[in-house]
Design a protein around this ligand. Structure first.
Ligand SMILES: [Zn+2]
Length: 59
């Protein structure tokens, strides 16, 4: 469980390899957003939908 969480919270940006920063939004308590510190990749996790939404900022 801890290793699973550790892996989840230490994913790397597919663009530049930086560790993604976790931002848990206050408005959607179970909605987790992870972003690249360089701003070129965003990954949203929607537990209710059991899906990820990935956004790659090109350029
Ligand atoms: Zn990046």
């Amino acid at each position: 469980m801890l290793r699973l969480l550790d892996k989840f919270f230490h994913e790397h940006c597919p663009q530049c390899g930086s560790t993604l920063i976790v931002c848990k939004t206050p408005f959607f308590s179970s909605h987790i957003i992870k972003t690249c510190p360089n701003g070129d990749y965003t990954k949203e996790f929607h537990p209710a939908l059991e899906t990820y939404i990935e956004t790659r900022n090109v350029g």
